[in-house]
Design a protein around this ligand. Sequence first.
Ligand SMILES: Nc1ncnc2c1ncn2[C@@H]1O[C@H](COP(=O)(O)OP(=O)(O)O)[C@@H](O)[C@H]1O
Ligand SMILES: [Mg+2]
Length: 222
Amino acid sequence: MKNNNLFSPSQLSYQHLFSRRNNVFLIKSSDNKTTPFIMKFYSEPNSMLKSNIEYKNLIKLNREGLNVPHVKKNKDHYNIIEYIPGVLVSDLAYRLNKGEWIKKLACWMFKLHSIKLNSKQKKNKKSYLKGDCNLRNFIYYENQIYGLDFEEKLFGDPRQDLSEICVFILDNKVDNPDKIFIALKFLKEYEKLSGQKINDLGHFLRKSIVNSQKRKNKYRKI
Ligand SMILES: Nc1ncnc2c1ncn2[C@@H]1O[C@H](COP(=O)(O)OP(=O)(O)O)[C@@H](O)[C@H]1O
Ligand SMILES: [Mg+2]
């Protein structure tokens, strides 16, 4: 992580946060007079469109009662967003942490998938989806999950999100019993909330594995 002074008189500093797509900065003031915040600059192509979609999605999800950061300002190519301190869910998964976050992540996903669609959206579409369920897009803070990164508006089958999460947790190591435990616990918690069994996940898992491999190859080339 880079750490540089931005404006020395006002004692603001920034950290360039890890991201494969956009440029995301955490801005802090050393005198603590300014609350830390996030500046997210969107990459081309279509940076204006992405900025706008994420802004609208964050407002919508906030209204629906989902834990997402508040968006403070929407500009053409960037957004200013509330900073959520806490731990990245990807780190919890990598450390094979088997705590409460698994249940909370299932709750967050179920709440998102339960958002009511209007009649136009309902046509051929099943649910509001997160999309890009990379676990670096979730933060665990004060026993709650917060979702990040909503540059796309997606609708479809909830099993798409669930399988992406499982593939991220398993990380191609399907013989690791701790990873299998975490992925199964996540699915069981989701089933408890929905009151329904998740059937035929295999097809979605295979698709998610192919997509995650494609993404890895793409970023390896850059
Ligand atoms: N509101 C926020 N609070 C805390 N950290 C954040 C916030 N937004 C982004 N981050 C951090 O920045 C990283 C990249 O942000 P993200 O919105 O996922 O951008 P990208 O679209 O490039 O993946 C996240 O993985 C997270 O570590
Ligand atoms: Mg992201």
